[in-house]
Design a binder for this molecule. Structure first.
Ligand code: ZN
Length: 310
């Protein structure tokens, strides 16, 4: 039995400032900061993980906020839209909220029978709220966003590609997705192994400009496996198909392998285990600056250079 993919695990994007990023995602969008740590490859930069109440896989948008970094350009070879699931009937609440906070948005429109509200984060990253009455995940009870309107986690992600067939084949033949719908140049794939965060849209733009990764763009998308066994079986499968896959890396909250899919998007496969409660209790998620053991001896130095966010 090859390792199974269970939908989206997390999505990682770039921001140009920690304070503005933290304020937008926790206050305006009402997500929970479930982990505050540093970029393990550059410990003078934060790594923020935002999610729902439990920080479950399929709810986690993460950021590397590099102070003052230039804006990137969304384009082919990237995840170009990150969609969150919100309860049915909540769009009026969100429209009022976006007007009150000067958020750039488009009027809601219908896509594959669902209502979608497209908006931008402070760095220009394209986000969407999609109304999904069937999503039973619990939103975080944020100060200004009551759980009955709150974000439940990911609905889907859209990848923009020059050509889509090779990526589609990876999703269906290896990851177990099924093509369900298409409209013009948008092709929808659904993962039957998970009830949510299980949709990938491929948007085919043959003459589109190549994306450039910097502030306001997505760095990579991670797909879930239940455990390391499934992950390593999936890794072997990908290698046998000619993909160039990294060795397994320890990200403290999950184990990761990375490879580039045929359309140029950086894919990661991440384990559900051990999860974000490995170093903080569920009630305390996101409170402290969490450092891995091998950076703990540099805590004073690291804390002195990280910008304050509260
Ligand atoms: Zn990742």
């Amino acid at each position: 039995m090859p390792g199974r993919i269970l939908g989206i695990h997390h999505i990682t994007a770039i921001a140009a400032g920690a304070k503005k990023n933290h304020e937008f995602y926790t206050r305006v969008l009402g997500l929970r900061l479930v982990k505050k740590t540093v970029n393990f490859d550059d410990p003078t930069t934060y790594h923020f993980y935002y999610g729902n109440e439990t920080g479950g896989p399929g709810t986690i948008l993460t950021f590397f906020p590099w102070e003052g970094i230039r804006r990137g350009r969304a384009g082919t070879g990237q995840v170009t839209a990150v969609s969150f699931s919100v309860p049915g009937g909540s769009m009026g609440f969100w429209l009022d909220r976006f007007r009150g906070h000067n958020v750039t948005y488009n009027n809601p429109s219908s896509r594959f029978g669902e209502e979608a509200l497209v908006f931008l984060d402070p760095d220009g990253l394209k986000l969407e709220l999609v109304s999904d009455a069937g999503d039973e995940r619990k939103a975080w009870d944020a100060d200004e966003v009551p759980p009955e309107f709150g974000i439940r986690g990911f609905h889907s992600a859209a990848l923009t590609l020059e050509g889509y067939e090779a990526t589609a084949k990876l999703l269906t033949d290896v990851f177990g997705y099924e093509k369900t719908e298409e409209h013009v140049n948008r092709f929808r794939f659904v993962n039957p192994n998970s009830p949510n965060a299980n949709i990938i849209d491929l948007v085919c733009l043959p003459s589109g400009q190549r994306g450039s990764v910097a502030a306001g763009t997505v760095h990579h998308i991670a797909f879930r496996t239940a455990n390391e066994g499934d992950q390593l079986r999936m890794r072997e499968r990908l290698i046998s198909l000619g993909y160039n896959v990294t060795p397994q890396l320890d990200r403290h909250y999950f184990k990761s392998v990375y490879f580039r899919e045929p359309g140029g998007v950086l894919f990661e496969i991440a384990t559900d285990t051990p999860g974000f409660t490995v170093d903080e209790s569920p009630a305390e998620l996101g409170r402290g600056l969490m450092l891995p053991d091998w950076l703990e001896f540099r805590r004073d130095e690291i804390e002195s250079v990280l910008p304050p966010i509260d």
